[in-house]
Design a protein around this ligand. Structure first.
Ligand SMILES: [Zn+2]
Length: 463
């Protein structure tokens, strides 16, 4: 799925600015100390090799980098309303935005410190070896033990993040008036997610483990299987998976629909592929996205976006989404994902080869005696985290370029940059996003360029 297409909306949630470190932040160095203490206490508990040191150092550095980026980002929160936002944001809203960014930053830092500490404690208390032995004690089948191991590990990870998402939804988002999710919706979302993971994830995991246990050149076959699964899921998701979570209704008759029809005729995109999504079920935040391909492609406009925007603004946002489609961004990203999966599976092949030196080093580093594909998959995912970050920095830079291209497409096909500029500006103000995030934060995490850069580009490029 491509999107969201809102400035400052990133994964993880946007973090923001402040001119001096506020009092509530002063205890943050303790988080760093806690993580460091946990590392020092746990290190002697395992037979560690240089790989242990390398992975711990890389994980810690990555955590520290995120920490610094978060603080720098808070420091760069503007003191005064930027001229581009006057009219949509006043002093009190700017103050609210600063507070929102601060609360989110605090929450994110705490969550990343807790998950890193939990990982280090589990690792150095011999958790990986113990979990493998436990899974094997329940069944004689290698495949069965693998599925039990993976299920317990991923359930444990989800349970660890659950309190944070409850707090984020029902405390933070509630406090700033964004949350519309009820406990029933929240629980239903989690249960549906788990059911999908069991229905789709478990058979895929079983197939991958079977390939790695039985087939020569396993990485190649696993890659082919996963690529096919990814293509099928991307194709099916808009029609069969996304409706499990949201209602998609065709555009109702009216002025907006006829405007969309005329835009669609100019850009070669049929109006029947444009839907209204009930985003208001979970949040007041507005958005739009493009997803799927072939017959199952879909552009979704959130009902909250339609509620808050004028028709020219909606047409501009839609033209931006069509721009992603016409400029081939969806296909390019899918291709990049497929190449990335090939590289990852090749490395997983090395990490799980019982005769290989690399696999022995990796399993020793995590204190696991028996080399097996299921443990290898998890260990590799931890080893790959820092390298994955480098990859995501590159992919994010690429995605930001795509956003500029889609903005330019919208400008060309609507003949006017103003509606898109106001739509983006209104979304930034409504979502209390950081108007001018720190370059390090943008470089690390932003899949969309910050608002002011997009406005500048819209103003500069000629038609
Ligand atoms: Zn976009």
């Amino acid at each position: 799925m491509h999107g969201p297409c809102v400035p400052g909306e990133i994964n993880p949630s946007p973090l923001n600015l402040q001119c001096s470190i506020p009092p509530r932040f002063r205890y943050y160095p303790w988080l760093g100390l806690a993580v460091r203490q946990a590392t020092c206490m746990m290190l002697p508990m395992t037979e560690w090799n240089f790989m242990t040191l390398l992975i711990v150092a890389a994980l810690f550095l990555l955590w520290k980098l995120e920490f610094i980026a978060t603080l720098l980002n808070l420091k760069t929160f503007p003191e005064k309303v930027p001229p581009e936002l006057t009219g949509v944001m006043d002093e009190s809203k700017l103050e609210l935005g600063r507070d929102y960014q601060r609360v989110n930053a605090k929450h994110d830092l705490l969550q990343s410190a807790v998950s890193l500490t939990a990982l280090l404690v589990f690792w150095f208390a011999g958790g990986f070896g113990w979990l493998d032995t436990f899974a094997r004690s329940l069944t004689h089948s290698e495949l069965g033990a693998g599925l039990i191991f993976l299920s317990i590990f991923f359930l444990g990870q989800s349970l660890l993040s659950l309190p944070f998402s409850i707090y984020e939804t029902f405390v933070i988002e509630n406090r700033f008036g964004f949350n519309r999710s009820t406990p029933a919706t929240f629980i239903a979302d989690r249960l549906k997610g788990l059911a999908l993971a069991a229905l789709i994830g478990l058979p895929l995991a079983a197939a991958v483990l079977w390939i790695f246990n039985r087939v020569p050149n396993a990485w190649l076959w696993a890659w082919i299987l996963l690529t096919l699964a990814q293509l099928i899921l991307t194709w099916l998701a808009p029609t069969y998976i996304m409706p499990l979570f949201n209602k998609f209704t065709p555009m109702p008759e009216g002025e907006l629909k006829s405007e969309i029809e005329s835009l669609g005729n100019r850009c070669g995109f049929p109006v029947k592929d444009v839907f209204v999504m009930d985003g208001s079920k979970r949040s007041t935040k507005a958005n739009a996205f493009f997803t799927g391909f072939g017959k199952n492609r879909k552009i979704a406009l959130f009902d909250t976006l339609i509620e808050k925007s004028t028709t020219p603004e909606l047409i501009a946002v839609l033209a931006h989404e069509i721009g992603h489609f016409r400029r081939g961004h969806i296909k390019q990203r899918l291709a990049a994902g497929i190449i990335q999966t090939a590289a990852i599976f090749f490395l997983i092949g090395l990490a799980t080869n019982p005769q290989g030196h690399f696999a022995r080093l990796l399993f020793d580093a995590f204190g696991v005696t028996t080399i097996s594909p299921h443990v290898g998959l998890v260990l590799f995912s931890i080893l790959f985290k820092p390298a994955g970050k480098i990859l995501s920095v590159i992919l994010n830079a690429w995605s930001r370029r795509h956003e500029f291209e889609a903005d330019d497409f919208a400008k060309q096909h609507t003949g006017d940059a103003a509606p898109l500029a106001t739509a983006l500006t209104k979304m930034t103000a409504d979502h209390l996003s950081h108007p001018s995030p720190h370059p390090l934060r943008v470089w690390l995490d932003y899949s969309h360029p910050p608002l002011l850069q997009r406005l500048k580009a819209l103003a500069q490029k000629n038609l």
